[in-house]
Design a protein around this ligand. Structure first.
Ligand SMILES: [Zn+2]
Ligand SMILES: [Zn+2]
Length: 389
């Protein structure tokens, strides 16, 4: 399951199936056992667990019952009279006693975050503590717990955590009473009104939040902001800066057609007739334009090339909306009194009133100043004959 809402779907579907299961059970088992199942059924998302107190045959009856609830949702059953993993817990049956141990998949390499990695120091301090706390929470027998904590120390040393840091983490986790560790926590122990102050983590940054707090009185000049800030605490939150993996790999596979120019196809569009389609255009200057994005007549916030169809002289311009810009070009070609670039006169005379247009650089932000700077850059680079006064 990949998407963010998948766990919510799984929980909703499973909750619904359970309701149906509970009404079905008394028709299959006696009422006492049906009640036993309802009261002892444990689940995390779509992983379920129960201590089965009846025979193997009755387990198969149960399996058939739960698989008949919905035609396309099927459960697999794993059962054992010795031990079973559930989530990260190995549940071991010893006579009438149940022991629990940490369960790691055979493929788990225990490659925890390397302590030399560029992360906030509290994150790296918390990792040994949280791992030790998980062991202390799960492992029921004290000799086994010591063994697991010792293994943890080896794994963490391999990731270059200082021995002192590991020892303190293990010591702190070991001192928490088991009933405290296993207590169910309320969902919103994080105060509901917290506002995260998010900055990209960089070890050289000082604590920007403490400086920013001095300027909060400015925000409080607005009554809405004042109410918001009064009820909330602003907490430091750091996002990870792009690492090499993120810089070097791309989730999206870009085909050449995704960065080309196309007509919009709208029958009323006045730009379709003059827009040049394709994934590249060779200029008279010898340069090749390759669009940096998928664009059509309706594209906005871009740099374009307007070309004379007779002599291929060209003009570089910028626009917020290509359709509007084309309209202005057309008006200026028709009406000499409103011309403000030499290209209009050229398109009128040499181009006999016609021109072609090729948008090739889509801006990443909406700032007109950036767009004008980019236009200047391309004018400097291509030296378009029709931009000259
Ligand atoms: Zn169009
Ligand atoms: Zn021309």
């Amino acid at each position: 399951m990949e998407t963010k809402v998948a766990p919510i779907y799984a929980t909703l579907v499973m909750g619904y199936l359970e309701e149906k299961l509970y009404t079905e059970l008394p028709t299959v088992f006696d009422i006492n056992f049906a009640t036993y199942i309802k009261e002892n059924w444990k689940r995390y998302l779509d992983d379920c667990f129960i201590f089965w107190t009846k025979s193997e045959e009755e387990l198969q009856t149960f399996h058939r019952t739960i698989n008949n609830i919905h035609e396309s949702i099927k459960f697999t059953v794993e059962s054992s009279t010795i031990e079973l993993p559930f989530l990260d817990i190995l549940i071991i049956k010893e006579g009438a006693k149940i022991k629990t141990d940490l369960y790691c998949k055979p493929t788990d390499t225990h490659q925890y975050l390397d302590v030399r990695s560029c992360h906030p120091s509290h994150t790296k301090r918390n990792i040994p503590f949280n791992l030790a706390r998980r062991i202390c929470t799960i492992v029921s027998e004290s000799d086994l717990k010591q063994k697991r904590l010792h293994e943890l120390k080896i794994f963490l040393k391999r990731q270059h955590y200082p021995e002192g840091l590991i020892d303190v983490a293990i010591e702190n986790a070991s001192q928490i009473p088991i009933n405290e560790l296993r207590r169910t926590r309320d969902k919103d122990e994080n105060q509901p009104g917290n506002i995260p102050f998010v900055i990209t983590f960089n070890p050289r940054n000082h604590n920007i939040l403490s400086s920013a707090k001095r300027f909060f009185p400015i925000l409080e000049q607005s009554q809405n902001m004042k109410n918001l800030i009064k009820e909330s605490e602003i907490i430091n939150s750091r996002r990870q800066a792009p690492n090499l993996k993120r810089l070097l790999t791309r989730a999206k596979y870009e085909t050449s057609s995704s960065t080309s120019v196309q007509k919009c196809g709208d029958p009323r569009c006045g730009t379709c007739e003059i827009i040049e389609e394709g994934s590249s255009k060779i200029l008279k200057s010898g340069h090749t334009l390759r669009p940096n994005d998928r664009m059509n007549c309706k594209s906005q916030n871009l740099i374009y090339c307007a070309t004379c169809p007779t002599c291929n002289y060209f003009y570089i311009g910028q626009t917020g909306r290509l359709i509007d810009r084309v309209r202005v070009h057309k008006q200026q070609i028709k009406d000499p009194s409103i011309r403000n670039t030499p290209c209009s006169k050229h398109f009128d005379e040499c181009g006999t009133g016609r021109f072609k247009i090729f948008p090739f650089y889509k801006m990443k932000n909406n700032d007109e100043n950036f767009r004008r700077a980019k236009e200047d850059y391309f004018i400097e680079l291509f030296k378009p004959p029709l931009n000259r006064k």
